[in-house]
Design a protein around this ligand. Structure first.
Ligand code: A2P
Length: 330
C-alpha cells in the first residue's frame, strides 16, 4: 500500500472565474426592492441602509458573487441634460443571494449629504450650499416594491478563493467598506460547503460606535463560530486608557498577538475595502514592521524611502499588492 502524495499547498489563492457585465450600462434591467432598512447600530449623523433587490428573471439571477459590485442607474438627467450614468455598489449578499437562491442581491448604501466643495478651478470657491448625492439618496429613498434599473455584475479580483480552507482571512473595512464582507463571511461560515475551519478576523473602522454596521450580525457570528473574530476600531471615541481609538493601522499595530499568528502566516489573505487612506496606513505599517512581504511589492523607486514618507500618490505608482492582498479602495 502506498500513500497518495500530499497535494502541494498553494499559497497564492486561486480565484473563481466570476461572471462579468452580463447586463451592460446601456441596457439596464429592472430589479425590485424587497427590503430597505437602516443597518447602523444607533442614531448617528450619517445614514446607512441595507437595500435588497430582487433580480429574478434577469441575467443577474444566480450570476453574482460576494465581493463583486452591481450598477444602479438613477432616473433623470445630469446637470448637463444627459441621462444619468451608472453608479457601482458593492454586493453585500452572499453568493447564494439574500434568499439562498441567487435571486435577491443587496448593498449597503450611505446617503451622501455634504456641503458643496469646489471640485475644479471653474467652481465658485465661496459655494457651500447643501450637496445631496443623487444616486445614494435615490436608492435610500426607495420603498419595498419599487423598481430600480440595475447592471453588472463587475469585479473579478476582490473574491474569495476557490479553496477557502487553504487560507486564513484578515478583512479590513472602513464605513460602508464592510459591505462585501457581509457576503464573504456568510459564504465562509454559512455557505453550502459548511463552515470553514480557517481563522477569520474582521476589523471594522468607524467614527462613532453608533456608526457600526451590521453589528448584531457580526456579534452573533462571533458567538457561534470560535474561528470568527470581530474587532471594532472607533476613531473618534476614547479607549479605556484615554487614547483615541485611531484608525485600522493603529489597531493592527497594537494587536501584537496577531502579527505572528495571522499576518506573518503565508496562509493569510488580506482584504481592504473602504477609504484609500487605509491602504496607505496599512502598507506603511506592514513595511515598518517587516510584515509586508506576502502582501506588497515595493518597486525600486520607493525601496530606499522610509515608509513614513510614502504617500497615496507614491504607493499608487510604486507599491503593488501581491496575490494575497485584495484592494477595493476609493
Ligand atoms: P475619521 O472620520 O474619524 O477621521 P466614513 O464613515 O467617513 O467612511 O469613515 C469610516 C472611518 O474611517 C472613520 O473612522 C474615519 O475616521 C476613518 N478614516 C478616515 N481616514 C482614514 C485613514 N486614512 N485610514 C483609516 N481610516 C480612516
Amino acid at each position: 500500500m502506498h500513500a497518495e502524495p500530499a497535494p502541494e499547498r498553494t499559497l497564492d489563492p486561486v480565484l473563481p472565474d466570476a461572471m462579468m457585465n452580463l447586463v451592460k450600462p446601456t441596457e439596464p434591467v429592472v430589479g425590485r426592492v424587497t427590503r430597505n432598512e437602516s443597518c447602523m447600530r444607533g442614531k448617528s449623523a450619517s445614514f446607512v441602509r441595507h437595500i435588497a433587490i430582487d433580480v429574478s428573471g434577469t441575467p443577474l439571477e444566480g450570476n453574482f458573487r460576494a465581493g463583486q459590485a452591481f450598477g444602479v442607474v438613477p432616473p433623470g438627467t445630469d446637470e448637463r441634460g444627459r441621462p444619468e450614468k451608472v453608479r457601482l455598489y458593492s454586493i453585500a449578499s452572499p453568493t447564494r443571494g439574500e434568499d439562498g437562491e441567487g435571486r435577491i442581491l443587496s448593498t449597503t448604501c450611505k446617503r451622501l449629504i455634504d456641503e458643496f466643495t469646489p471640485q475644479t478651478g471653474k467652481d465658485d470657491k465661496e459655494r457651500h450650499d447643501l450637496f445631496i448625492g443623487k444616486c445614494s439618496n435615490y436608492l435610500c429613498d426607495l420603498n419595498v416594491g419599487d423598481e430600480v434599473l440595475v447592471t453588472g455584475p463587475s469585479g473579478k479580483r476582490f473574491l474569495l478563493p476557490v479553496r477557502p480552507n487553504d487560507h486564513d482571512y484578515l478583512f479590513l473595512a472602513t464605513g460602508t467598506g464592510i459591505a462585501p464582507y457581509r457576503g464573504m463571511v456568510a459564504d465562509l461560515l454559512e455557505g453550502p460547503d459548511g463552515p470553514v475551519e480557517s481563522d477569520i478576523h474582521l476589523v471594522m473602522g468607524v467614527g462613532y460606535t453608533s456608526d457600526l454596521l451590521y453589528d448584531d450580525t457580526w456579534r452573533e457570528l462571533a458567538e457561534k463560530h470560535p474561528n470568527f473574530h470581530y474587532h471594532t476600531v472607533v476613531s473618534r471615541e476614547l479607549l479605556p486608557n484615554g487614547d483615541r481609538g485611531g484608525y485600522i493601522h493603529h489597531f493592527l499595530d497594537r494587536q501584537i498577538e496577531l502579527h505572528d499568528s495571522l499576518i506573518r502566516s503565508d496562509r493569510t489573505l488580506m482584504y481592504m475595502c473602504g477609504l484609500a487612506g487605509m491602504q496607505l496606513g496599512v502598507f506603511q505599517l506592514l513595511a515598518r514592521l517587516g510584515l509586508g512581504d506576502g502582501y506588497l511589492k515595493v518597486k525600486e523607486a520607493l525601496a530606499d524611502t522610509d515608509p513614513s514618507e510614502w504617500d497615496s500618490a507614491s504607493i499608487k505608482r510604486h507599491v503593488r499588492p501581491t496575490h494575497r492582498c485584495m484592494l477595493e479602495v476609493y
